[in-house]
Design a protein around this ligand. Structure first.
Ligand SMILES: Cc1cc2nc3c(=O)[nH]c(=O)nc-3n(C[C@H](O)[C@H](O)[C@H](O)COP(=O)(O)OP(=O)(O)OC[C@H]3O[C@@H](n4cnc5c(N)ncnc54)[C@H](O)[C@@H]3O)c2cc1C
Length: 469
């Protein structure tokens, strides 16, 4: 009989690992391991999501006269014990590609093989696994997304796979799930999103019925709420990548204009972006802490503690930046355009090391995914693959005007500005101090002058690149 070890694939349907476990003799014993060495890197908001997704998956198994056994301990110690207890010959799981996960998986494989238990792993989290889309000129991954995208787009995609049937699951009974406090975590600051299979399917279906057709036009406007909000489900695997892709293809078939079809493609392109960054990280695990792009000299980060604190608190006096930082603290999620803006503001206007921003995002994002978080940060700080050129510094005022023209998004997250007009909000940096006090007495004046800070950032990057004295 096999053990199926769930990790970031917290669902029954469209799970290639679980489907693989069906091919072994005997009923499947489903397991999740709460491993302290992995939990050490987690944050309260994500552990809260994890516990909800586990409770939900457990219900799925219970409806099928089985259960998800949730055990605590180091995976390399508890899995061999469980294999012995259940007389299991094979443990099956799906690949995870970060350096941390791969280190853990090597230790688990060695421990199981020492006990004579076979290990079987399957690709599941991506359509095209690392190493399968490579430049014809050589190398194990692309560093430029547009080339990657063309190949990703043209490759055939796998179809969703069926879950095991009731008789294929072992009649086991698990103990109660631990609480957040029992795992040693405080209550999360952001309100955790609902991470269940039903929510994931609901998001996917409603998005593909409607918003997907205006995605290309609206995805950059945070107040439009026109993105899928699937990131947290892709992170925890409450939805499978094949079912997402199939739903988008169905939406394409139902589309009645070229614009609508192009919008579906624009969305699929973002799904490919997620995979691109996983490929990059898989072959460059050191980029979790090191710049991908090596400059001749060190980037002279300034790391001013007060400015960092103002950025984290959403008190920079740049309304769109502050709205984003407060959305993060409230919801554990930020709109993509605003993620780019707040990351650019930190690394360029404040010249603060991207690793500080990454650590803060990692503490608060419910959808934190190492590859995509590192990829996003290195892109914004001009140190990554295919990164934003160092001399193209986002202007937070222009970006606010362009992408939140009526300041709806800003007012939602910065209540001090609730009664200000859009012109006052977008002209905040230009107002006289007494006007600012009259409009929103508790909202700060800009902590820096964007124009000057832009020049300082460009000079600093030129020095790092060895292009100026
Ligand atoms: C500094 C920074 C940090 C980021 N950190 C993360 C992170 O930790 N986890 C994460 O999933 N995404 C991250 N992103 C990418 C992106 O912001 C989120 O995936 C997106 O906002 C999630 O919202 P959504 O599901 O509504 O996206 P949609 O626009 O609906 O996109 C659908 C899916 O495509 C993928 N996707 C979309 N945009 C990107 C992108 N720019 N890069 C990679 N994948 C993308 C995501 O899986 C997303 O769920 C980061 C971006 C930046 C600039």
């Amino acid at each position: 009989m096999p053990i199926y070890w769930h990790r970031r694939d917290l669902r029954g349907p469209d799970n290639r690992g679980l489907a693989r476990a069906r091919s072994f003799d005997g009923p499947i014993v489903p397991i999740f391991v709460l491993d302290p060495t992995i939990l050490e890197h987690a944050a309260p908001v994500r552990v809260a999501c994890l516990l909800e997704a586990l409770a939900d998956l457990r219900q799925w198994y219970r409806k099928r006269d089985s259960d998800l056994l949730v055990v605590r301990g180091e995976a390399s110690a508890v899995l061999p014990e469980l294999a012995a207890e259940h007389g299991v010959e094979t443990v099956v799981w799906v690949d995870d590609y970060s350096g941390l996960a791969r280190g853990r998986d090597r230790a688990v494989t060695a421990a199981l093989e020492d006990e004579g238990v076979d290990c079987e792993t399957v690709h599941d989290a991506l359509h095209h696994e690392p190493g399968s889309i490579t430049p014809s000129t050589g190398g194990n991954h692309y560093s430029v997304f547009s080339y990657f995208w063309k190949k990703w787009r043209d490759r055939e995609k796998r179809a969703p796979v069926d879950p095991p049937t009731d008789g294929e699951l072992a009649a086991v009974h698990g103990e109660a799930l631990p609480s957040l406090a029992e795992l040693g975590f405080d209550e999360p600051e952001p309100t955790p999103p609902t991470v269940t299979r039903a929510r994931a399917r609901d998001r996917l279906e409603s998005f593909c019925a409607d918003d997907i057709y205006r995605y290309a036009e609206k995805r950059d406007y945070p107040a439009a709420e026109a993105t899928s909000r699937l990131s947290v489900h892709l992170k925890w695997g409450t939805v499978g990548v094949r079912e997402v892709y199939t739903a988008t293809e169905r939406a394409r078939e139902c589309a009645d204009t070229d614009t609508a079809r192009e919008s579906v493609t624009a969305f699929q392109r973002q799904l490919a972006f997620r995979e691109f960054y996983v490929h990059v990280l898989a072959f460059n695990p050191e980029t979790v802490t090191e710049n991908f792009d090596e400059y001749e000299n060190e980037i002279p980060w300034r790391n001013d503690r007060d400015e960092l604190a103002a950025w984290k608190a959403g008190e920079t006096g740049y309304p769109i930046v502050d709205a984003g930082m407060r959305q993060l603290r409230r919801e554990g999620w930020i709109h993509n355009r605003v993620r780019m803006l707040v990351a650019a503001f930190l690394t360029k206007d404040l010249l603060i090391d991207w690793r500080e921003g990454y650590a803060h995002f990692r503490r608060l994002l419910a959808d934190h995914d190492t590859a995509n978080d590192v990829g996003g940060w290195q892109w914004a700080s001009s140190t990554g693959t295919d990164a934003q050129p160092y001399f193209r510094v986002f202007n937070p005022v222009k970006q606010g005007r362009e992408y939140d023209p009526d300041a709806e998004y800003i007012r939602e997250y910065v209540p001090e500005l609730a009664d200000a007009t859009a012109a006052e909000i977008h002209g905040w940096h230009d107002l006289e101090p007494e006007d600012r006090t009259a409009i929103a007495p508790s909202y700060p004046a800009p902590i820096v002058d964007h124009g000057r800070r832009r020049e300082r950032a460009i000079e600093a990057f030129e020095r790092a690149r060895g292009e100026s004295e």
